[in-house]
Design a protein around this ligand. Sequence first.
Ligand code: SF4
Length: 295
Amino acid sequence: MSLSEPISRWVRYQQELGTDEVILDAPLVLAPPAKPAAATAAPGRREPPASQASAPARPAPPAVRSTPQPAPFAPAPPPAKPATKTVAPPPTARTPPVAPPARTAFPVFSNLSELTTHAQGCTRCVLSRRRRSVLASGGPETSPWAILTLYAWGEDAERSEVLAGDYAKHLLALATEAGLPKPAVAAIFACTPDDPADTTIQGFTEAVRCRGHWLQRLKLSQAKAVLVLDHKATQLARGPQGTVAWPAFRGERWDLEGIPAVSTHHPSRLARQAALEPDVKADLARIRQILEGKS
Ligand code: SF4
C-alpha cells in the first residue's frame, strides 16, 4: 500500500463527514484501516452514499478503542443429579409386649402360714423379678405390739425371720428394757431387692402392691401399737399424701389403718450413732404408754 492511499482516504472523510467531525479527532493512522464498524449514524449526520456503505469507517480513536471482552462467565449448569430412589423404611420390628406382673384380688389370710406361702409365689410387682429373698414376717405370730420395717436384711434371710439379724439386737434389747414383749414384725416389701441402691424398684407402687401382705401381717398379730422403723418405711406406709418431715415426725403418734403408730430410728443407724438412743428409748416408752392406754 502506498503512502498516498491513507492520505487520500482521509481527505475523502473530510469531504463526506465534515471537518469538525474528523480533524484532531484521532491521529492519522497509516496502518491498514480498521474494519468498518456496524456504524449507527448519529441523528442529523449525513449518511454516506450507498456506493460508499462498504467503505472502511474512520479509524477508531484509541481512547474509545474497545477491547474485546471475554464473554461473561456463565457457570455450567450442575450435572443433573441422578434421580434418588425413595427407599421405603424397613418395617419396624415389633417387640412383643411384656406381660405385666399378675395382680389378682388380694386373698384374705387366716394365718401367718398362708400369708408366707402366698408371698413366696407372689408376682404382683417388679420385685418378683428383682428379689434376693422373700421374707414377709418375723417374731411371734401374735403380740401386743409390732414393728414395721422396710425389708429383710441378709442376716434376716439367713435366719428366716425379719429383724433377726445382729443389727437389730440393740433395739430389741432396749424394747425388753422398756418392759415390752417380743414384737411381731412385718415388712413393707416382702421381697428384698436384688439391688438395694436401686430406688426405682422400691417405691409407692411396690409398697401398695405388697400392702395386702404387711397390713394383714399386722392385723394377724393383733398388735395395738406399731413402731415403724426409719423415714422411708414411714413414708411408704403413709402413702404419697402423708408428708413425713424427718426427723421432726419421729416420736409423733399417727394412725396406721386404725392402729396407733410411732416412727423411730432404724436399728442400723442406732448401732452407728449412740446419740440416737434417747430418742429410741422415748419412742419405745411411747409404745408402752399406748398399750397401757396412757397416750
Ligand atoms: S414385694 Fe410383695 S407384692 Fe412385690 S412381688 Fe414381693 S411379695 Fe409380691
